[in-house]
Design a protein around this ligand. Structure first.
Ligand code: FAD
Length: 447
């Protein structure tokens, strides 16, 4: 065999586990057809957060007008894009170096199965004892006339100039985060959704607040509309058509209607690997229907969120399994999630909707930070936190926050939930003061 373990894809679902595994002397190959490091490093989370950061800064400055700060800066998209390129362009090479420096053989090209132990890359065959499919997702493209006029998330993240009128199709996290960015940079933004619900995985009450806030900043939401065709106008704009004589002319359309698995291009039938249209089918050891083939990351058909930290966790789990340091099924810890709107919504552990559905099991408390002096230092209004307690054990098992600090605050809560700390134990922690964490601790219904 050429390799002990051969990974297809080089994203978070691969390198987090492959690099430490290679360092133990295991012979590893990684096949990548596009950019090393995968979507997150090159055309996902990292690029997005660079474009989002100034928005957070401007919002904080805006809140302090007349309280010691005068003047709200504007965002220069072209300069911001240059900053993004400077940080993101090297990621591909960094991603490759990380593998090579760990002693991993990198193979650039498109991988397809020949059989359960053999993969072909541009005509050359490679064999391996174990194969890990970590091929991720790609943007879904609407199948309607004129869809070729639309950009996808990768294109948006490299837009040289922000168009005057941006229309976004979709209501998921990519759609709403990019609507937030385009609006903050000065574009007129329309968001068209097939149904009426946005950000389905986040608490409806906080999503409603984010939506109302975006609407107050001029974002127009067009629900219950399935765009059926698009055409270019004589002056280079795009006209969208839909039922009930819907028509909208815009400068730019972002198709953010979802992400689909790449496994349709892997010739899985040759190896006999089972899959659905949501991803590769795996058991609780991340093993596919073929004994020596595993899957990790977004490529899996799973109900847990398809995110960078879950992909990285799965990759590390597979390394532990391959090394023999575990023979246990994968056990996911409390998972935290965020949507980078302004303010942000973040959550961890048991979700509000699940707690509402099971009132015999869970208690919920919402605290508003409006009266909190420390939160008032930055004059943030409307920040709130919901805490979910298990009635029987009394332990904090879930939390969701709406605020500009939601990402930091939820991260601070992760260990409480994961380690199952009691209220008494939480009371015993000494945080720096003044700080967000200290404020949170004082908000807990303590003994
Ligand atoms: C715009 C955007 C923003 C995001 N923001 C966040 C965020 O803020 N936080 C967060 O946690 N997650 C975010 N995500 C999701 C995150 O990027 C993914 O969950 C993560 O990248 C999954 O890692 P992965 O290794 O499973 O797949 P990927 O990163 O998709 O890597 C798969 C790799 O496999 C390669 N590949 C596919 N098929 C083949 C083949 N046949 N042969 C060879 N190579 C192949 C691809 O080229 C790709 O490089 C975002 C995603 C997008 C698109």
């Amino acid at each position: 065999m050429d390799f002990s373990v051969l990974y297809i894809g080089s994203g978070q679902g691969t390198w987090n586990g492959a690099v430490p595994l290679a360092k133990t002397g295991v012979k590893i190959g990684v096949i990548e057809e596009s950019q090393y490091g995968g979507v997150c490093s090159n055309k996902g989370c990292n690029a997005k957060i660079i474009l989002d950061k100034p928005i957070e800064m401007v919002e904080k400055i805006r809140a302090m007008q007349g309280r010691g700060l005068d003047g709200v800066p504007t965002i220069n998209w072209e300069d911001l894009m240059a900053h993004k390129h400077e940080l993101i362009v090297p990621q591909d090479q960094h991603g490759k170096d990380r593998l090579v420096n760990a002693g991993i053989t990198t193979i650039t090209g498109h991988a397809e199965f020949v059989d359960a132990h053999t993969v072909s890359v541009d005509g050359k065959q490679y064999t391996a004892d174990k194969i890990v499919i970590a091929t991720g997702l790609r943007p879904h493209r609407l199948d309607i006339p004129g869809a070729a006029l639309f950009d996808n998330s990768t294109d948006f993240l490299s837009l040289p100039h922000m168009p005057k009128h941006v229309t976004i199709l979709g209501g998921g996290f990519v759609a709403i985060e990019f609507a937030t960015i385009a609006n903050a940079v000065g574009a007129q933004v329309d968001v068209i959704t097939r149904g009426s619900q946005l950000l389905k995985q986040f608490p409806a009450k906080y999503v409603a607040e984010v939506k109302a806030d975006l609407a107050s900043r001029g974002v127009r939401f067009i629900p219950d509309m399935s765009v059926s065709a698009a055409e270019k106008t004589a002056d280079g704009q795009i006209t969208l058509h839909g039922p009930r004589d819907f028509q909208l002319t815009t400068d730019y359309v972002l198709d953010a209607t979802g992400r689909i698995p790449n496994h349709d291009q892997l010739n899985l039938e040759a190896a006999g690997v089972a899959y659905t249209n949501r991803g590769i089918t795996v058991n609780e050891y991340l093993q596919t229907s073929v004994d020596n083939i595993y899957a990790a990351g977004d490529a899996i058909d799973k109900t847990i969120p398809k995110l960078t930290p879950t992909a990285a966790f799965e990759s590390r789990y597979l390394t532990a399994l391959f090394k023999g340091s575990t023979d246990q099924p994968i056990q996911y810890p409390a998972i935290s999630e965020i949507v980078f709107t302004s303010p942000r919504i973040a959550q961890v552990g048991v979700r509000i909707a699940d707690a509402e559905a099971d009132p015999d099991r869970y208690d919920m408390t919402e605290v508003s930070y409006d009266g909190d002096w420390f939160r008032q230092v930055e004059n943030e209004q409307g920040a709130k936190l919901t805490m979910i307690f298990d009635k029987q054990s009394g332990l904090l098992v879930g939390a969701a926050e709406l605020s500009h600090e939601a990402d930091n605050m939820i991260n601070a809560i992760v260990p409480y939930i994961q380690m199952g700390l009691s209220k008494e134990q939480l009371n015993d922690l000494i945080y720096t003061f003044p700080s967000l964490e200290y404020t949170f601790q004082r908000r807990l219904p303590l003994v």
